[in-house]
Design a protein around this ligand. Structure first.
Ligand code: ATP
Ligand code: MG
Length: 217
């Protein structure tokens, strides 16, 4: 029997199934659950943006360990990374404390980490570092993924914006996560920027001041 070259496993995130026509698959409960999960995520992001527009982004600000928050988020994303075949690297040193809202900052980290995982093809790497900088903490989330064309970077935090690379790869998304992420960081008096990562992919840099947000900001 002639040997056949092994083909790589299909990327579970891509809506593309190859060039051969196939009948539309029956939607399994897993597909429906994923679609429902995505719809729920979009509904919550729209609610967050409505609150932000109305000036009601309530923060429960307390001293928190950002390093521990990053470590927890990395642990929680490990199964997704394993499923896709990505390496997650945490370059986290000594505990770094800031004042902020734990669940809102966890939302920020989850959005950035899930983007890095979502937009990086199998075999790639996602790395997270945290270090003291300028009276606060600088967090970098870098990936070796599909990247964002430099001329599109200024639009990245605009609602519903989707980069051409994501569309070309057929990766689904609504373009809301980064708008919410930026609003939460700014409510903490911090900043977020995106650059092409050295060696390909994208790097997001978040800076949060030690003093962070006042309660109820
Ligand atoms: N790490 C990344 N690598 C490449 N492209 C990215 C990355 N992060 C974000 N993008 C691009 O920025 C766009 C906006 O990201 P954002 O997180 O706001 O929305 P989304 O991922 O499309 O959907 P969702 O609202 O569900 O998060 C994405 O659609 C994608 O084109
Ligand atoms: Mg996203």
């Amino acid at each position: 029997m002639p040997s056949r070259a092994a083909s790589p496993p299909p990327d579970p995130r891509s809506s593309r199934t190859g060039t051969r026509w196939r009948p539309p698959p029956r939607r399994s409960w897993r597909t429906l659950a994923r679609a429902r999960h995505r719809q729920e995520g979009t509904r919550l992001e729209l609610l967050d943006l409505a609150r932000i527009d109305a000036g009601h982004i309530n923060l429960d600000a307390r001293p928190l360990c950002l390093t521990a928050l990053l470590r927890e988020a990395l642990d929680d994303q490990q199964p997704s990374a394993d499923t896709i075949g990505l390496t997650l690297i945490g370059g986290l040193g000594a505990p770094l404390t800031i004042r902020g809202d734990t669940s809102r900052l966890r939302q920020v980290i989850d959005n950035l980490l899930s983007n890095a995982i979502n937009y990086t093809p199998p075999g790639g790497t996602v790395a997270v570092t945290a270090e003291p900088a300028d009276g606060g903490v600088r967090v970098r989330i870098s990936d070796t993924g599909i990247g964002i064309p430099a001329e599109q970077l200024p639009h990245l935090f605009t609602r519903f914006f989707r980069a051409s690379t994501a569309l070309e790869h057929g990766i689904k998304g609504t373009g809301l996560g980064l708008a919410v992420t930026k609003a939460i960081i700014e409510a903490h008096h911090g900043s977020i920027t995106a650059q092409p990562a050295p060696g390909g992919g994208t790097r997001f840099t978040v800076w949060l001041p030690h003093t962070g947000a006042a309660t109820g900001a």
